[in-house]
Design a protein around this ligand. Structure first.
Ligand SMILES: C[S@@+](CC[C@H](N)C(=O)[O-])C[C@H]1O[C@@H](n2cnc3c(N)ncnc32)[C@H](O)[C@@H]1O
Length: 223
């Protein structure tokens, strides 16, 4: 059987897209838990992140958009399993949903402010000065294009060659879910790449690895 025949590849793409829509439109992602804490993601993306973290071996993980803290908890446990000195900085404008289990983890630092506040970039710079090694950053806060673009711009001076950035939820506004949502992360990435075409290399192999991702065009390695 020729698994690379164009008809079979097109059929596989169709299955992956329908699974993506089923997973998103039925809110499966909203029911995902890590050690009991809501973690609002695609489980395929979580496994990709685990593999990226093992390859990258970061000393710092920066997350914009904490919510309950399930993803920060996931990143801290995977990251510390790889590098016991790892720290996680997670930023949100709200903390009323933050799970106490997450607040008790010494490796996790929570900042209550907007991700685009200049204090955030300043704190990242401080942490980087005390934690030699690569950084993994993930954007999952306000998904409107201007905000995501501002987040990418604020990270520009703190990202170094070899660091890894994931811009989540670029699947909305019809890529392929929530058509008509309006310009979001996908459009922010396109605008950033238009302004700074040489900053990042798109990691398409990661996007494709598990059939679908919530972050199309959003797996980016700093050049
Ligand atoms: C999708 S949730 C984050 C989910 C979490 N990362 C996870 O995977 O479980 C988005 C969060 O972004 C926060 N948020 C919205 N605007 C923000 C901003 N300007 N700066 C930081 N966080 C913001 C919201 O309060 C919300 O908790």
């Amino acid at each position: 059987m020729d698994t690379n025949h164009p008809d079979r590849l097109a059929a596989a793409d169709d299955v992956a897209e329908r699974f993506h829509r089923w997973y998103y439109d039925n809110g499966v992602w909203e029911t995902v838990r890590f050690l009991g804490v809501p973690c609002l993601k695609s489980v395929m993306d979580l496994w990709n992140y685990q593999e990226i973290l093992f390859e990258l071996k970061p000393s710092l993980i920066v997350e914009f958009g904490t919510r309950h803290g399930g993803s920060a908890l996931y990143f801290s446990m995977i990251g510390q399993g790889i590098n016991p000195l790892l720290r996680v900085l997670t930023v949100d404008i709200e903390d009323h949903l933050l799970d106490p289990q997450v607040s008790r983890v010494p490796a996790i630092e929570f900042m209550k402010c907007s991700s685009t506040d200049s204090a955030v970039a300043a704190r990242i710079t401080e942490l980087r000065n005390s934690l030699p090694g690569p950084m993994f950053a993930i954007l999952d806060s306000d998904h409107h294009q201007p905000h995501v673009l501002q987040e990418m711009l604020s990270l520009r001076s703190v990202m170094r060659s070899g660091d890894y950035l994931v811009v989540e939820d670029s699947n909305i506004n019809g890529h392929p879910v929530l058509p008509g949502w309006g310009p979001g992360p996908f459009e922010a990435i396109a605008e950033y790449v238009r302004q700074f075409p040489d900053d990042y290399v798109r990691d398409e192999a990661r996007e494709c690895k598990f059939g679908f991702t919530f972050a199309p065009a959003g797996f980016l390695r700093r050049a």
